[in-house]
Each structure stands twice: as structure tokens, then as C-alpha cells.
Design a protein around this ligand. Sequence first.
Ligand code: TRP
Ligand code: ZN
Length: 311
Amino acid sequence: MKLSVPGRAVAAALVAATTLVTSGSIADAAPAAAAPNIPVANVKAHLSQLQSIATANGGNRAHGRAGYKASLDYVKAKLDAAGFTTTVQQFTAAGRTGYNLIADWPGGDANQVVMAGSHLDSVSTGAGINDNGSGSAAVLEAALAVSRAQYKPTKHLRFAWWGAEEQGLLGSRYYVNSLSSANRSKISGYLNFDMIGSPNPGYFVYDDDPAIEKTFQNFYTGIGISTEIETEGDGRSDHAPFKNAGVPVGGIFSGADYRKTAAQATKWGGTAGQPFDRCYHSSCDTTSNINDTALDRNSDALAYAVWELSA
Ligand code: TRP
Ligand code: ZN
């Protein structure tokens, strides 16, 4: 879906302004590249692959199970083909081997790193397509969009897929703990995407860092969607280890097991009195458990924030 957002209007205005200037320094100032629209069909194609991987591996993609590693191999192959430098970080958690996948986009200021990440593991009771195929697929597609655009941001971009989130944020905590304090301080922001295609969706923005929150807010304002501050699970996802280490964090969320209120149904549609995700941590968290409009909007919000915060 094509969306009109503030950054694009500003970029267009800058292009128009530069054409009017025939001398002086303004003509030399190139406008920042605008974030692309993320094709939701591509995000859904990744979800179908994750579903197939679960189906072929006992119905889940959980930490320590074959479906987790197969998920990681799928994401890694796409990134390798697109020119990312990928690293698989192995760890042991709850007596099983786990893996994080890190993908660096070559270039940008190594002293200012912008990260976007999502957990790639599911619970053992299901395929985990909204939780968290949705975030994993959208982060993957945003990374592939960076490659398609051959984006050259000022800052360095790093994408991450975490293992063992469902065991208690173990993969992301392992990653943060493994960084030297010097490397930790180079991370200017970590953006988290955990459950962004909930079937009865809300539009929640984390309020941890004002600048990151404002960036997401600008996107949703631009498409006419009102948001609420994320309060369902402070510390319940992979941004928590980063925040605890002093890294500015942010993210978006479409809701888990809490129920949508009447007021929320009035502004967002959907069903009041029902959970945002009635299949949360259940066997029905399949490709049927996704709201395409929410997935589309939130994938575009993700790309917008990555572009804006790294420019
Ligand atoms: N992280 C939780 C899970 O994977 C889901 C969740 C609940 C969540 N509340 C949240 C994610 C708030 C982000 C923000 O099961
Ligand atoms: Zn979960």
C-alpha cells in the first residue's frame, strides 16, 4: 500500500526547492533519501516460509528445536544474497544450543550504530507466526529494502534476530552481555519488533526514548492512525537488555493477550472485549493469525524509523 508520510513530503519539498536555486550552497545539499514502502506481500511470503518450516519440524520453531535453526538458515540466506555481513552467535540456554543472527550493512559511521531486531523463536506449542514471525519477517524485508535501495546512511545499520526470547530474553541478553562497554556505547539506538501483525490489532509505540518514540509517532500521524503508549509488557521483550545497559530503545507492538477496550475498537476497528491476539502462544498462531493491514502499516513504520534514525 502506498502511504504518504511526513519525511517523503519534506524530501519532495527539498527537491522542489533545490530546482529553484541556481547559485549558492542550498543547491549542493542533497535531500535525505526517503524510506521506501515495504511490500506487505514480501513480508507475507516470509511468513509462509516460516509456517512451512514449523510444519516440517514438529509444528514449532522453538529454541533448541530443528525449526529454530531452519528459520535462522532461511533468514541468513536471504541476507547473505543481499550483501549483508552475517554472524551467527551461538549460546547455551536452558540446556540447549541457541543462536542469534546479526546482519551488518557495510558502511556508515561505526561509532553510531542503529539496530533493529526481533525474536525469531516461537513457543513450542505453535508456529509463532504473529509471535514473532511478524517482527522477524518485517525486519528481514526492511533489511532487503536497504539492499535494494543501496541505502548509504550516515550511521551504521545492524539487524538482529534473537534466539530464546521465549525462555526469558536469553539471546538478546547474551548479545548485550557479550559486547565490550566500548561497543555497547556505540549503539545509538535499538528498535524492537515483537508481534506487529496481531489479528485484532492495536497500534502501540514504546515510550522509552523520546526521540525514537517521536519518529514512530510521526509515521502514524502521517497515515492518520492514532497510537497508544505500549503498556502491556514493560520489559517483556528483547529491548529490555539494551535498555538496562543504557542503550536508547524503542519499538512498536500490536498487542498480545490483553483485551481490546470499547474505546480502542472505536478508534482502531476490530472487536472490543476480545484479545488483540486470541492465538497468543497457542497452536492457532499460524499464517491465518495475521491482520494484513496492521502488518503492512507496521512494516512501513519499521522501515521509516530505520531510514530516519540512521540518516
Ligand atoms: N514478548 C512477549 C512474547 O514474545 C510478547 C509481549 C507481551 C510483548 N507484551 C509485550 C512484546 C509488549 C512487546 C511489548 O511472548
Ligand atoms: Zn511470545
